[in-house]
Design a protein around this ligand. Structure first.
Ligand code: FAD
Length: 377
C-alpha cells in the first residue's frame, strides 16, 4: 500500500485582494488553505483600483481576465479645478496616470475581490467573522488560536490583513516602526451625484487641500474624496468618526466650489473611510514559518495606484517560491523576486503626490501649467 504525504496546510489572515490571490496559488501548488477574515463576508463595492503591468499577466493566468475586462470602468475624463471652481484643464486620465489605453484595468475594488473569491471559494476554507488571536511558532508548525474560539496548527501562516495588519503587529512589533507618513490624510465616502457626473472625475485644489468627486459610471452615487496636508498624523482622530468630521470641517471651512455640499454629505454618512496617506516599509517580510504580503508587507499608498498590482504579483511569487522548496528557501526567493519592484514603486511616490496634491501656491501653479500643456490648451 502506498501512502501519500499529507498536504501542507496554510492559514491566511485577510480576504481582500492579497489573501484570496495567495489562496488561489497555494491551492494550485498542493496546499490545504484556510482563510480567516474579520468581516462577515467578502466586502463588495468600494473605490476603483488599477490592475497594471505584470499583475495583468497574473490575473490572466488565474483565468480572470475576461471577467475583469467586463468590469473595467473606463473613466473618460479628468477635470481639474481652481479654488474658485473655474477649470484648469480637462483631459483623458491616461495623460496623467501614464496608464496604457486598452491594456490597463480600472475596476471597482469589490468586483476584483468578488472575482478572486469566486475563483477559490470551492477549494479553500473560509472563516468569516473571525480573526487570529495568538500565534506560537515551533519547529513543528504554527499554533494559532482564534478570537471565535478554538485552536489549530498550520505549517505556514500568512498576513494579508492590510496596511494596519494585526499579523504584522504580532510577528514584528508595532506599526510605528514600519509606517512612513507621507504628510497627508484623506477621507472617502459615498454621496449623491448632484452634478450628474458620468464616467469622470473632477478634482478641486487649493495649496495643501483637494476635494474630488469620482463617478464610476452613470449611477446616482459618486465617491467623494477629501485630502489635506498635515505635518504630523492626527492620531487622536483615527477610530473616532466624530473627531474626523470635525477636523475635516475645520480644514475645509472656507472652501468654495461643491465643497460645502461634500462636507454636508460627510456629516450625513456612516460610511467614511479615513486614514493617513502612508507606506509600510519593512526590512524583511517573513519570520520563521510566517510571512506578510500585500499592503501588510509593503503598502505603497494610493498615490502610486499600484497597491493592488503589488498585492497580486507578491501573492503569485510567494506561492511560486514555496512550490520550489521549503519555506526558508521559499521566503528568501519571494523577497528576491518581489522587493526591487516594490521599492521602485514606493520610491516613485513623490511624483503622484505632486500631481494630485501640491502643497504650496507655487507648486500648484506649476502643476496646473503641466496639466494645461498635457491637455493642449
Ligand atoms: C482610497 C483608496 C484608493 C486606492 N486606490 C488604489 C488604486 O487606484 N490603485 C491601486 O492599485 N490601489 C489602490 N488602493 C490601494 C489598494 O486598495 C490596496 O493596495 C490593496 O487593497 C491591498 O490589498 P490587501 O489585500 O493587501 O489589503 P486590504 O485590501 O487592505 O485587505 C485587508 C483585509 O484583511 C482584513 N483584516 C484586517 N484585519 C484583520 C484581522 N485582524 N483578521 C482577519 N482579517 C483582517 C480586512 O477586513 C480586509 O478584508 C487604494 C486604497 C485606498 C484606501
Amino acid at each position: 500500500m502506498t501512502r501519500t504525504a499529507p498536504r501542507p496546510t496554510a492559514l491566511i489572515s485577510g480576504a481582500s485582494i492579497a489573501g484570496p490571490a495567495l489562496a488561489f496559488w497555494l491551492n494550485r501548488h498542493g496546499y490545504r488553505v484556510t482563510v480567516v477574515e474579520k468581516a462577515g463576508t467578502i466586502r463588495s463595492g468600494g473605490y476603483p483600483v488599477d490592475v497594471r503591468g505584470t499583475a495583468l499577466d497574473v490575473v490572466e493566468e488565474m483565468g480572470l481576465l475576461p471577467r475583469l475586462r467586463d468590469a473595467h470602468i473606463d473613466l473618460r475624463r479628468l477635470t481639474f479645478l481652481h479654488g474658485d471652481g473655474s477649470e484648469v484643464a480637462s483631459l483623458h486620465p491616461h495623460a496623467v496616470t501614464g496608464g496604457a489605453t486598452g491594456r490597463d484595468l480600472e475596476i471597482r475594488r469589490g468586483d476584483l475581490t468578488d472575482a478572486l473569491y469566486t475563483a477559490v471559494r470551492d477549494d479553500v476554507e473560509f472563516l468569516f467573522d473571525d480573526s487570529v488571536d495568538t500565534v506560537h511558532q515551533s519547529g513543528a508548525g504554527v499554533d494559532v488560536t482564534f478570537r471565535g474560539g478554538g485552536s489549530r496548527r498550520f505549517d505556514l501562516v500568512f498576513g494579508a490583513d492590510g496596511m494596519h495588519s494585526r499579523t504584522r503587529g504580532m510577528l514584528f512589533g508595532p506599526e510605528e516602526r514600519f509606517h512612513r507618513y507621507l504628510g497627508h490624510c484623506f477621507a472617502v465616502f459615498p454621496m449623491r451625484n448632484t452634478l450628474g457626473l458620468s464616467h469622470e472625475a473632477v478634482m478641486w485644489n487649493t495649496p495643501g487641500r483637494a476635494a474630488a468627486l469620482y463617478a464610476v459610471g452613470d449611477e446616482d452615487e459618486v465617491h467623494a474624496f477629501l485630502n489635506f496636508a498635515r505635518p504630523t498624523p492626527p492620531y487622536y482622530a483615527f477610530g473616532d468618526t466624530a473627531a474626523q468630521r470635525a477636523l475635516i470641517a475645520e480644514v475645509f471651512a472656507d472652501a468654495e466650489w461643491e465643497v460645502p455640499g461634500i462636507l454636508a454629505a460627510l456629516h450625513d454618512t456612516d460610511e467614511v473611510f479615513f486614514d493617513a496617506v502612508g507606506q509600510i516599509r519593512m526590512p524583511r517580510w517573513s519570520e520563521g514559518r510566517a510571512a506578510l504580503l500585500g499592503d501588510a508587507a509593503h503598502a505603497p499608498s494610493f498615490l502610486t495606484g499600484q497597491g493592488t498590482s503589488l498585492a497580486l504579483i507578491g501573492a503569485y511569487h510567494l506561492a511560486g517560491a514555496l512550490a520550489e522548496g521549503d519555506h526558508v528557501a521559499g521566503f528568501t526567493a519571494y523577497e528576491r523576486r518581489t522587493r526591487d519592484f516594490v521599492t521602485l514603486t514606493q520610491d516613485r511616490v513623490g511624483e503622484g503626490g505632486g500631481i494630485l496634491f501640491p502643497t504650496t501656491a507655487g507648486a500648484l501653479e506649476q502643476r496646473n501649467e503641466r496639466l494645461r500643456a498635457l491637455s493642449g490648451r
